[in-house]
Design a protein around this ligand. Structure first.
Ligand SMILES: [Zn+2]
Ligand SMILES: [Zn+2]
Length: 125
């Protein structure tokens, strides 16, 4: 039996990305149309090209991350595919939250000591 796990995982990611964008679609509509008229349908990061069949995956990014800043000359807009757009925001969020960007080491001191119980056991015997 073939295992479709890899494929469905990708589909799931697609759906999540699409859902995340959908919520802001109505607000985006105005400047999105303008940006699509103004710029070629190419992702500014990965250079993926778009046409009518998949242009819904091309999104408008605000260079200064301010969605209310929509100058009519388009200088604050950048066309990015869903994935590059998410990456762009992810990077921005992580930079905001954690400038040093490396706390993958785990074990927080003083939180939970797995040997606490063991110690009691040893004392008893
Ligand atoms: Zn891209
Ligand atoms: Zn953006």
């Amino acid at each position: 039996m073939a295992n479709p796990t890899d494929n469905s995982r990708q589909t799931q990611l697609d759906t999540i990305a699409a859902e995340a964008r959908k919520s802001s679609v109505s607000r985006d509509q105005g400047y999105r149309e303008q940006a699509l008229k103004r710029y070629p349908w190419i992702c500014g990061r990965c250079s993926r090209e778009f046409d009518r069949t998949n242009v819904q995956e091309l999104t408008v990014h605000h260079r200064d991350h301010n969605h209310d800043n929509n100058p009519s000359d388009g200088s604050n807009w950048e066309l990015l595919c869903l994935y590059c757009h998410d990456n762009e925001h992810q990077r921005h969020l992580e930079a905001d939250r954690n400038p040093s960007a490396s706390n993958e080491t785990g074990s927080t001191p003083g939180k939970h000591n797995p040997f606490a119980g063991l110690r009691e056991q040893l004392d008893k015997s």
